[in-house]
Design a protein. Structure first.
Length: 170
């Protein structure tokens, strides 16, 4: 992969195909009707995640439900989907991968030592709060901004989302 300007989003990123970054490539693939087929498990017409040995299409949801390996985690002992494997080939579940294997470095934006969520094109670490965080417009607290308000569609934190959902339900 080479680094360059994505022809779709105009951002400096690693390019994967036709001068597109991975996110834009995936977005265009999802929109392309020629890349969609009927899933052999659920029958819905979706993007193809994998194929069976017989060549039948499997959508991303069915792949997660039926084909992702499930094994006992070598860290916590619980039987879960396999997120990664150790160099010895032992299974690691998604929770243990986050707790024990995600690198911890100084964030290039806030200067705090935290888990790395993303890297700049230069390879500098960015923590999750700097990558997806900010001040919530409703409560004013610094938090992960990962939800949309159910009525205003404004980006908000998780606590404000719970309050907004409770207000819309009553």
């Amino acid at each position: 992969m080479r680094t360059g300007i994505c022809s779709s989003c105009d951002k400096q990123k690693k390019l994967v195909a036709k001068c597109l970054c991975w996110a834009c490539y995936q977005s265009q693939r999802r929109k392309d009707p020629s890349k969609r087929e009927q899933c052999s498990k659920c029958g819905e017409t979706k993007q193809v995640a994998k194929r069976t040995p017989e060549g039948k299409a499997i959508c991303p949801n069915c792949y997660q439900k039926h084909f992702v390996p499930v094994e006992q985690c070598s860290k916590c002992g619980e039987t879960k989907q396999v997120a990664k494997r150790t160099p010895e080939g032992k299974a690691i579940c998604p929770n243990c991968y986050q707790k024990h294997f995600v690198p911890v470095e100084e964030c290039s934006k806030c200067g705090e030592t935290k888990q790395v969520a993303k890297r700049t094109p230069e390879g500098k670490a960015i923590c999750l709060y700097c990558h997806r965080g900010g001040l919530c417009p409703l409560c004013g607290k610094k938090s992960l901004i990962a939800y949309r308000h159910p009525t205003t569609k404004q980006l908000i934190c998780g606590k404000c989302r719970k309050m907004a959902l409770a207000q819309t339900a009553s």
